[in-house]
Design a protein around this ligand. Structure first.
Ligand code: GLA
Length: 394
């Protein structure tokens, strides 16, 4: 997939713009545990995966920038003096948001062209949006030699999401897509924004993603509401963020907040704790313990933080019925997208057959299954700089 997609994107770029692009691979991500903890300055445990946005980018000789979104078969042309938000939900905001943030930094971009496409399913909780933002900022940095560090680039991507897409996201997605490491998960402290890469070998177990193929519409406003709730509770607690609070602190202010807000803050405090325990479990090669933490994460997301949905709960309930699935939970922002499952390799096939059949019976739609590998973060495809493969350029 990786190579054929790359070939397609580069060929399209050359056909359209008659010049040689630089090529950037920018991956999606998974997250083992630590959900909705990033914007509380807590811990998360994500990793980049071998599903990518591939972006071919080069300076333009015209006055306009031209962006071709291969998967949508849509072209968008605009002038750099006139960067305005596209309607909500449009892919254009990921690109325009990055340009706007670069301009806010005083960077004087010149016209450029992009062709991008990818195999990260959208709305699946696999961060196709962060992958695109990172791919664009990384590519522009390269083409215009802006001298930005990867660290600076992830904050530009995050701000694009805040200001153009309208989601007040944390830093997990942009960080893991940019800094992913092959065969490693990243134990990321979202306060310092520093991560410890941890080598992963689940031996007899493997990670399987199951996509509900649903994305419920209120997910963006519900996300921002959750963040606002956490900030409200931490200010009542007189803490910088929920990262600094424990369950005892929360109990002391219980009568000043609603039961609903109490449960949400409690979830965050417990999830930050679980994430640290999960890292220890992996270091101790205790996959069963890791699985238990993953199941309780889902329980909290479903009942306390209330960001799950029927389709996700259904998949996790089927996982719980099978003793070979040692852990399962919804992954990402919620209200749809994927579950992440830790399954004994010998059982994967049976479980997938069973669960896909039951899902179809219950919701009258298909779920999709992905087996992913942990991969490197956003990077340039070097061989294009070395003029290979030559046949693309002749
Ligand atoms: C989305 C956001 C992330 C993070 C997750 C939930 O993916 O972009 O910053 O908050 O939801 O953990």
């Amino acid at each position: 997939m990786k190579n054929s997609l790359e070939y397609k994107i580069v060929s399209l770029f050359i056909d359209k713009f008659k010049t040689k692009p630089i090529v950037v691979f920018s991956p999606g991500r998974i997250n083992i545990i630590g959900e909705h903890t990033d914007y509380n300055e807590g811990f998360v445990f994500p990793g980049a995966i071998d599903k990518y946005i591939v972006a071919a980018i080069q300076k333009s000789k015209s006055e306009l920038c031209s962006i071709y979104a291969y998967n949508k078969d849509e072209t968008y042309q605009f002038h750099l003096n006139n960067i305005e938000k596209a309607p909500n939900g449009s892919w254009k905001n990921y690109v325009l948001g990055v340009i706007s943030e670069l301009q806010k930094k005083g960077i004087n971009l010149k016209p450029f062209n992009v062709v991008f496409g990818g195999d990260i399913p959208g709305g699946a909780g696999l961060s196709s949006s962060a992958a695109l933002e990172n791919g664009i900022v990384f590519g522009l940095n390269e083409v215009f030699q802006l001298g930005l560090t990867k660290r600076e680039m992830i904050f530009i991507s995050q701000k694009a999401e805040h200001n153009f897409v309208g989601v007040k996201c944390g830093i997990m997605d942009q960080y893991s897509s940019m800094f992913g490491k092959e065969n490693h998960l990243l134990f990321l402290d979202c306060r310092t924004v520093e991560a410890k890469p941890i080598y992963i070998d689940f031996k007899d177990f493997e990670l399987v993603l199951i996509n509900t193929n649903v994305k419920h519409s209120l997910s963006e406003s519900a996300y921002n509401e959750r963040r606002a709730t956490c900030e409200k509770v931490s200010s009542i607690l007189e803490k910088k963020s929920l990262r600094d609070a424990n369950e005892e602190d929360l109990l002391k202010i219980k009568d000043q907040i609603s039961e609903d807000d109490y449960q949400k803050a409690l979830y965050v405090i417990q999830e930050i704790e679980r994430t640290q325990k999960a890292v220890k479990a992996i270091e101790n090669e205790d996959i069963i313990e890791l699985g238990k933490l993953i199941y309780s994460s889902h329980n909290g997301l479903q009942h306390q933080y209330k960001v799950s949905c029927d389709e996700l709960d259904f998949l996790v309930d089927r996982a719980k019925e099978n003793s070979h699935v040692v852990g399962a939970r919804m992954m990402g922002g919620g209200f749809g997208g994927c579950t992440i499952n830790v399954i004994a390799k010998s059982e994967t096939k049976n479980f997938i057959t069973h669960v896909t059949e039951k899902y179809k019976e219950k919701f009258n739609k298909e779920c999709s299954v992905y087996l992913v590998n942990l991969s490197d973060g956003t990077h340039l495809v070097k061989h294009y700089n070395e003029n290979r493969p030559a046949k693309l350029y002749t």
